[in-house]
Design a binder for this molecule. Structure first.
Ligand code: NAG
Ligand code: NAG
Ligand code: NAG
Ligand code: NAG
Length: 244
């Protein structure tokens, strides 16, 4: 073995030793320098979409600044790339810039919560998106043993694992993008399916042929998501009569 190869071998060994040492107290010391959410997610891998959203909405910078200035800490629910790819296509593109900011902030809690603290958290949790009233940005958590689920009223996600935790910042991987009611839920004035069903036939007279069509969830979600109304086969007659 020549001298160069031997030096390289030493370097590689040294690298792995320091790396192992640095990692050994599991989940302990923060990386050198200020905590950086982007760096944490880059290191974890598989979070390209969420990192991009954090960047274009500048919520990533907000998180880093807040961590530096608050003693409450923060909790971040990070959907992995496969959670984004399982969204209906166009879901993100249909959002305004402001809605994108709210969507990302909805994934951030203004306090540090360890996995066990979820068990005693009271619903609905407040997120950085603000108002947690019903119809706005409520986020509920349910736990069973070590398992934690979060529910938005639109979709349910499972906390898959802990990506990072110190006593200030917790980052958990979730298996779904958390879709807030105020953006993806049904607009408040849409009558509930039961209300439609209970109406007298006379009230539905102008909407001929639609009496038996339930205005199901997909229809109301479609309405909330602009441009997608026409691809929803159910309840179009009802919706167009009432809204267009
Ligand atoms: C955080 O990390 C990202 C990627 O590693 C880097 O581009 C960015 O400048 C860092 N931000 C700060 C405030 O250090
Ligand atoms: C964190 O706070 C310190 C002092 O309060 C400041 O000097 C530093 O620039 C801040 N860093 C970030 C990333 O905000
Ligand atoms: C969490 O969600 C999974 C999958 O939907 C379900 O099987 C499990 O029972 C839920 N657990 C809790 C605590 O809600
Ligand atoms: C969330 O929890 C609150 C309080 O228990 C409840 O009123 C609300 O219906 C729940 N929402 C969802 C979407 O589970």
């Amino acid at each position: 073995m020549d001298h160069f190869a031997f030096s390289m071998l030493l370097l590689v060994l040294l690298f792995y030793c320091t790396k192992t040492l640095a990692q050994s107290p599991a989940q302990a010391p923060a990386p050198a320098g200020p905590t950086n959410i982007t760096k944490i997610l880059e290191k974890a891998g598989q979070f390209t979409s969420f990192i991009r959203l954090l960047s274009i909405t500048e919520v990533g910078d907000q998180i880093n600044t807040q961590l530096n200035n608050s003693n409450q800490g923060l909790t971040v629910f990070a959907p992995a790339d496969n959670a984004f790819s399982s969204l209906k296509s166009g879901t993100l593109n249909s959002l305004s810039d402001q809605q994108k900011v709210a969507l990302v902030q909805f994934h951030v809690l203004p306090t540090f919560l360890s996995m066990s603290q979820f068990q005693t958290a009271s619903n609905p949790l407040r997120t950085q998106a603000g108002n947690s009233d019903s119809g706005q940005f409520p986020l509920n958590v349910t736990t069973s043993g070590n398992q934690v689920n979060v529910s938005t009223g639109v979709d349910d996600a499972t906390v898959a694992n802990t990506i990072y935790t110190d006593n200030q910042l917790a980052v958990y991987q979730v298996d779904k993008v958390l879709l807030p009611l105020s953006i993806f839920g049904s607009p408040a004035p849409v009558p509930a399916p039961s209300a439609l069903a209970k109406k007298s036939p006379a009230a539905d007279a102008p909407v001929s042929g639609s009496d038996d069509v339930p205005a199901d969830d997909s229809g109301t979600i479609g309405l909330a998501m602009h441009g997608m109304l026409m691809v929803i086969p159910l309840g179009v007659g009802v919706l167009s009569a009432r809204w267009l």
